[in-house]
Design a protein around this ligand. Structure first.
Ligand code: ADP
Length: 488
């Protein structure tokens, strides 16, 4: 049995350790993948936000360009249509070129179907819109500044070079992108290349309009991402901590049950040993007496004496069986409640034990109260309680027993104390003595007979009467039991 329990314990410990290690490993892997995802997300988000910011900067340049194109003091837009089958061609020239030789540029749109020899306001705005939104936009996206005309080119490159990254625009855009990925960790944007930092940084990206030809770097740094991860993984961590806790709790609980079952089995074994021993003495006496009655012829007087012995031993057996049955089932003893006078009840218990106390040369002092004390309860059960306690006080005593029984009253309760000068109960067993079958260990020899059921019975009956029972040591030696029962 012991070996099997040890084996189960080893297996259970392995299991619990395995589950805990697996949970920790799983959480660590999760942490690593969250870290990887976080890294990818913050880089993607910065890339998208930066592209949006660059688009905005380019949009500003495009709209500026449109105003220049529309300004007739700067640019002259004309058109011609030489051939019936060809498209209208638009000519764009500086109004005041640096030199008369300078030529602007000419362009036609396949989608523009009108055949015009002279520019009209609607054709002009069509041309400006389409030129800026397709040609200029495409060129800017490539990172080029074309000198469509010399003066337009000059102005364009001036604002193009001045259009640097605006972090006040990028920050909200980045925040928005991060939020779409459910990242709310605080960050800072830095221009240039990252120096050695404790912070968690993104890739360095170019924010220049002329990228990839020009490099103006930007990167984002996040402080203490672990806190962020902890927040992101809080439910996972809580759940797995809870699982570990439940597993450990179940493990502990099972261990406790296992040990208490083993203890109970041991106590039951002891109980059966005691019982068998107790049964054997009257049974052998009956057997010997019956055998001698059968073998020899006896006169009527001797036969009667022998039969009396058999009868006496049988009654002893039957009262023993009843006693154990009763002790084992204290519940159901609170059926017939009545008003009970406590002083009388104590006197009854003492007189029931008179033969035993005389045998043991015991002195029992009882200080009855002046006034009667009435409680409500089951008198037989309460007498049994007192008999058990007084009997124990006589039993567990090596010298001449001296018992002191007192009764006190307050407004609500009555307290009976039974003090003895016996062997005492070590403090570590004082809670256990009320458990079923428990007997204070005395090595292998139990010179005092008992089944470990008496105090279990006592406690159950007292609880049924809504009372309490306490045990403490008596001075200079012995034990004191104190019972409190509510007054009627
Ligand atoms: P039993 O007396 O049949 O063994 P009980 O339930 O009445 O069972 O008592 C449980 C144990 O408590 C006893 O075995 C004994 O070790 C201890 N005990 C009870 N009363 C006393 C007492 N007055 N003095 C010393 N030990 C006691």
């Amino acid at each position: 049995m012991r070996r099997r329990i040890i084996l189960v314990l080893i297996l259970m410990s392995l299991c619990v350790t395995g589950i805990t290690v697996l949970q920790l490993y799983w959480n660590y892997q999760n942490y690593k993948s969250t870290l990887r995802k976080f890294n990818t997300d913050i880089n993607n988000a910065l890339d998208i936000a930066l592209n949006k910011e660059i688009d905005l900067r380019q949009e500003k340049i495009i709209s500026k360009f449109k105003t220049w194109m529309a300004d007739t003091t700067l640019v002259q837009i004309t058109c011609e249509n030489n051939n019936r089958d060809s498209n209208t061609v638009f000519h764009v020239n500086d109004k005041f070129p640096y030199s008369p030789k300078e030529k602007g540029f000419a362009l036609g749109f396949a989608a523009f179907k009108e055949k015009l020899k002279q520019i009209t306001p609607s054709a002009k705005s069509y041309f400006i819109e389409h030129f800026a939104n397709s040609v200029l936009k495409r060129d800017l996206k490539k990172g080029f500044v074309y000198f469509y005309t010399q003066k337009l080119g000059d102005s364009l490159s001036k604002i193009y070079n001045a259009a640097r990254l605006d972090t006040s625009v990028l920050i909200p855009l980045y925040k928005q992108e991060l939020a779409s990925k459910e990242i709310y960790a605080p960050f800072k944007l830095f221009l240039g290349l990252p120096s050695k930092t404790q912070m968690f940084v993104t890739l360095t990206m170019s924010s220049a309009l002329k990228r990839p030809y020009e490099k103006q770097y930007v990167y984002a740094a996040f402080q203490n991402p672990n806190l962020y991860f902890f927040k992101a993984m809080k439910w996972l961590i809580t759940t797995s901590c809870l699982l570990i806790f439940i597993t450990l709790f179940c493990f502990g609980y099972t261990l406790r049950t296992l040990f208490s079952q083993q203890k109970l089995a041991q106590l039951k074994d002891e109980f059966i040993n005691n019982m068998t021993h107790e049964l054997n003495t009257p049974l052998s006496s009956i057997k010997i007496t019956a055998e001698s009655l059968g073998k020899f012829d006896h006169d009527a007087q001797t036969t009667k004496e022998y039969l009396n012995i058999i009868l006496y031993q049988t009654e002893k057996l039957s009262s023993m069986a009843n006693h154990i049955l009763q002790l084992n089932r204290p519940t159901g003893l609170y059926k017939n409640t009545e008003d009970i006078e406590l002083n009388a009840l104590i006197k009854r218990a003492i007189s029931d034990l008179l033969p035993k106390s005389k045998d043991k040369n015991a002195r029992i002092y009882f200080q009855a109260s002046k006034n009667p004390i009435i409680i409500s309860g089951e008198s037989q059960a309460l007498v049994n309680v007192l008999i058990n306690l007084i009997d124990n006080a006589l039993k567990y005593n090596k010298a001449d027993p001296k018992l002191d029984i007192r009764i006190h009253n307050d407004t609500k309760y009555s307290e009976i104390s039974i003090a003895d000068n016996g062997i005492g109960i070590p403090p570590e067993y004082r809670d256990k003595i009320f458990e079923k079958f428990f007997r204070v260990p005395t090595g292998n020899i139990h010179d005092v007979k008992g089944y470990g059921l008496g105090l279990f019975y006592v406690k159950e009956v007292i609880l049924k009467h809504k009372g309490t029972i306490k045990v403490s040591s008596n001075q200079p030696r012995g034990t004191v039991f104190k019972i409190k029962i509510p007054l009627a």
